[in-house]
Ligand binder design. Structure first.
Ligand code: BGC
Length: 345
């Protein structure tokens, strides 16, 4: 099915912003915005065949121009936190924008979610898609090197939204690109009754500032053990910090596309499987949502109104010699694929 493009508003600088709407044969619909390469909306059928919204977001561009916690965003140049907003690269200190206390979070003050991308619609093998590109200039938010980045969204007739990230650089630079969609598979209320399975027997513990300590610890015997399915509600009270916000070390081979999480919503029967080629995934239960943000259809997003599964290289890898390498070098290509696969119970 083809994609359609519609005007969504303007940036503060007066540039037009468009939504690219992808549809498939089962009635799924994904709306992707060229500002921030953001997934603005995703609709999927429930077990009765009713197609409904499954993400948190805004009806209007103004919501995305204001403060919000990365709803649907493409996050980069480095997703999650870099401790002290600094690191050593080939022996030289690199200083980044600090936007989370003393730390760097999700690409800095003006990350990839707050810039306009160049968009091109396409149709390929029965999938409707949009490819977004930009050049992140040398020095942006402190990062070294010009980074040529592309993010491609494609909606398939297998009820999968596939996101492919690709980047090259003319200087060594850390790269960690992800998508920060908040899902609520019921479309309303909180996600505490969603049942989650995460194939990860280890995680990366953090300090009070949510910076990894460098350890890789077993989940066994903790509320983070989702190797068998559990409702979020079951053990969330035992998690320090008001809910889940942890990087899981996935039990998979590096580079291969495999499951990061499977989430079921028992009432409407929607099932989401998240697949990734990356070694980790942040499971975040919207702990910092506090009811002040008014989103789509006037909904107030309170604590645990949505959850995120953010596939990623491990947080703070530029400062953690024990974590998988995250530096892209000239001549190399950074590739990451995420699949959001929908089914019903
Ligand atoms: C982080 C949270 C953060 C949220 C919104 C998640 O990826 O792990 O700590 O609050 O994004 O910024």
């Amino acid at each position: 099915m083809p994609s359609t493009r519609r005007h969504f508003g303007e940036t503060p600088e007066g540039h037009a912003v468009h939504l690219h709407v992808l549809t498939n044969d089962s009635g799924m619909e994904a709306a992707v915005m060229d500002y921030g390469a953001i997934l603005v909306s995703l609709k999927a059928p429930d077990s009765e065949g009713r197609v409904g919204e499954v993400t948190l977001g805004f009806d209007r561009i103004e919501g995305y121009l204001g403060q919000h916690p990365y709803f649907g965003a493409t996050v980069g140049r480095y997703a999650n936190r870099i401790g002290g907003a600094r690191f050593l690269l080939d022996g030289k200190e690199v200083r980044l924008a600090a936007n989370n206390g003393p730390n760097h979070l999700h690409g800095g003050v003006r990350g990839f979610d707050r810039v306009l991308w160049e968009a091109e619609d396409f149709e390929e093998d029965g999938s409707a898609g949009v490819r977004l590109r930009r050049l992140s200039p040398d020095g942006e938010e402190g990062y070294p090197g010009n980074l040529d980045v592309a993010v491609t969204y494609a909606l398939t007739d297998l009820d999968e939204l596939r996101i492919d990230f690709e980047a090259t650089s003319d200087e060594p630079t850390p790269v960690n690109l992800t998508n920060h969609t908040y899902f609520n598979l019921r479309g309303t209320g909180d996600i505490l009754d969603h049942v989650v399975q995460i194939p990860a027997s280890r995680y990366t513990p953090v300090d009070e500032g949510l910076i990894p300590t460098g350890e890789i610890a077993p989940v066994q015997g903790t509320p983070l053990d989702f190797t068998a399915p559990h409702a979020v509600r079951e053990r969330i009270a035992a998690v320090p910090g008001g809910g889940y916000d942890h990087n899981f070390v996935l039990d998979k081979k590096p580079g291969c596309l495999a499951c990061a999480a499977r989430v079921e919503e028992p009432e409407g029967g929607r099932v989401l499987e998240v697949l990734t080629t990356e070694p980790g995934a942040q499971f975040y239960t919207g702990n910092f949502l506090d009811g002040t943000l008014v989103g789509r259809d006037g909904q107030r997003y309170g604590r645990h109104a949505g959850f995120c599964v953010e596939p990623q290289r491990f947080p703070d890898s530029p400062n953690q010699p024990g974590f998988p390498d995250c530096v892209l070098r000239p001549g190399g290509v950074y590739l990451h694929t995420i699949v959001f696969r929908f089914a019903v119970l």
